[in-house]
Design a binder for this molecule. Structure first.
Ligand code: B12
Ligand code: SF4
Length: 454
């Protein structure tokens, strides 16, 4: 059956990128945890080192299957990994997964893998591994695209999501978690912290056009939750094992279910965890009482997907928020003594220089503590990319920190990049934040690393 005497060896690759591995690869770690539990004769490892070590790893581990995680911006890199795997052993099956799979046509044409999973990975990946040598069974497993002798075969598309209450939270012993802790720049402004990112839920009911339907196709529009007990126990375990004191929750809207947030905060306090944490949420999704409870349990930062202060743009991108609710939400967070960070986007098709400056000035004069600006990119597979079809540009050259490709703006990339710099200066050199700015950027190397990421 398998090349390795009845043992199924699976190597999961996390491709490197320019800003190598600043955050734990939650998806691959979830998969490794799930597959190891479901397939008893499997041996799963994660490869997250530099590509130059891949050959050695393949020769030593001799995987039957190599699974590769990828976002849309990593296609070029993934191609290099595939060429090394193929030149090492042509019998090794290559399976691709990750959010890119929603734009699977690009992957098939460009990467020519053996299999692609469409949607959340746990169920299709495990079923694929369980039936790896039986093509007729494989063809019946939903959410796969399989290479056959007669070309690619797409199995039925069917939403099949795991019950998060029943699955284990990620087991970080699959990776060298210390390496990630050291690179975790998220909370440098709160002094020395040791921590990782987690997710307590999957799925998003909103419909922002620059994002959807990607998240819905991956995780559905109905939000599923891990149990509060499991999450807090995981935090406790990570604290005890790795001396962690900080967690960031990447849930798309952490505060969607008020009762659950309160239960979560209470559980942290009952267990006397004494950690700090942060989360993402949306404008108008928080109230002062809940914020105060969050603060008491250790919440020190809330990130808001504000995007813009222009109501026309908010309508255009279906953000389902109102401009006049933005600053009141920020003020509530401030009142609860929690830091707020805003994600701001520039380069919308309807916005010129003056509209962009208006948003940047409004954000700068608000009570926000931090701000990140990005230039809108119409990612393949998103609704906005359908509304604004653009000339074919190569995603693989996209550098998400530096600039945008596929931006539908009437402003040039260099104008947008210039506006972005102005935005950062207006915000961080605003007299009300100057002290905070200097306390974060308190050495030439810190200043350099910040400037590099503008
Ligand atoms: C945290 C996060 C980040 C972090 C870290 C990413 C990381 N290490 O995982 C940071 C901040 C670095 C980041 C950066 C970027 N991100 Co980001 N990020 C996220 C976010 C919010 C959560 C990721 C996560 O942990 N999800 C939870 C896990 C469980 O899901 P998962 O990783 O997708 O894994 C599941 C499946 O994909 C699949 N799977 C994963 N790997 C594999 C492998 C195999 C073999 C198989 C079979 C299946 C499989 O199974 C997993 C379990 O179900 C997602 C949004 C979201 N809701 O997922 C966006 C998201 C992944 N990011 C996105 C983007 C666009 C980016 C950037 C380009 C951002 C930008 N504009 O600045 C960069 C690219 C970075 C890079 N080098 O690729 C897009 C990707 C779109 C796409 N089509 O590729 C997403 C989906 C957001 C969105 N809706 O637009 N991101
Ligand atoms: S941007 Fe956030 S809130 Fe909007 S659809 Fe995507 S995940 Fe949901």
């Amino acid at each position: 059956m398998y090349a390795n005497k009845g043992e199924l060896k699976v190597l999961l690759i996390v491709p490197g990128s320019e800003f190598d591995h600043i955050d734990v690869p939650l998806g691959p770690v979830y998969l490794a945890t799930y597959v190891s539990e479901k397939i008893k004769n499997s041996k799963v490892q994660i490869f997250d080192k530099n590509i130059k070590f891949l050959n050695k790893k393949l020769q030593k581990f001799k995987p039957d299957v190599v699974g590769i995680y990828s976002t849309i911006v990593q296609l070029n890199l993934v191609k290099k990994y595939i060429s090394i795997i193929r030149s090492n052993n042509t019998a090794t099956k290559i399976i691709l997964g990750g959010p890119t799979t929603v734009s699977s046509a690009i992957q098939l044409e460009y990467l020519n893998p053996d299999v692609i999973t469409i949607s959340e990975g746990e169920i299709p990946f495990t079923r694929y591994l369980q039936n790896i040598n039986d093509i007729s069974k494989l063809k019946k497993i939903p959410n796969l695209i399989i290479k056959t002798e007669n070309g690619f075969f797409k199995t039925p598309t069917k939403p099949e999501f795991i019950n998060l209450e029943e699955v284990k939270l990620p087991d970080f012993s699959f990776i060298n978690v210390e390496k990630y802790i050291k690179k975790w720049y998220y909370f440098e402004y709160f002094g020395k912290v040791r921590g990782v990112s987690l997710m307590t839920s999957r799925g998003c009911p909103f419909r922002c056009t620059f994002c959807q339907p990607i998240v819905n196709e991956m995780f559905g529009s109905k939000v599923r939750y891990h149990s509060i007990k499991d999450i807090v126990e995981k935090m406790q375990e990570l604290k005890n094992k790795y001396n962690m004191n900080y967690f960031f929750f990447h849930d798309d809207t952490f505060t969607l279910n008020k009762k659950r947030v309160i239960d979560f905060c209470n559980e942290i306090r009952i267990r006397d965890l004494n950690i700090r944490w942060g989360c993402n949420t949306r404008v108008n999704s928080v109230d002062l009482d809940t914020l105060k409870i969050m603060k008491k349990s250790g919440c020190v930062e809330i990130r808001l997907g504000i995007e813009t202060y222009n109501q026309k743009t908010l309508n255009l991108i279906q953000k389902d928020t109102q401009e006049n609710k933005i600053n009141p939400t920020i003020d509530l967070i401030k009142k609860a003594k929690i830091n707020s960070l805003a994600f701001i986007m520039i380069g919308f098709p309807n916005e010129g220089v003056l509209d962009t400056l208006r948003t940047l000035v409004k954000a700068s004069s608000s009570n926000l503590d931090f701000m990140r600006i990005s230039i809108l990119t119409c990612l393949p597979g998103t609704q906005i990319a359908q509304q604004y079809p653009l000339q074919k540009q190569k995603c693989e050259n996209y550098n998400y920190i530096k600039h945008s490709i596929n931006n539908p703006s009437k402003l040039s990339n260099s104008t947008l990049e210039f506006l972005k710099i102005i935005g950062y200066f207006l915000f961080y050199l605003n007299p009300k934040r100057l002290l905070k700015t200097f306390s974060i950027v308190n050495s030439p190397s810190k200043l350099l690393s910040k400037l590099e990421r503008i």
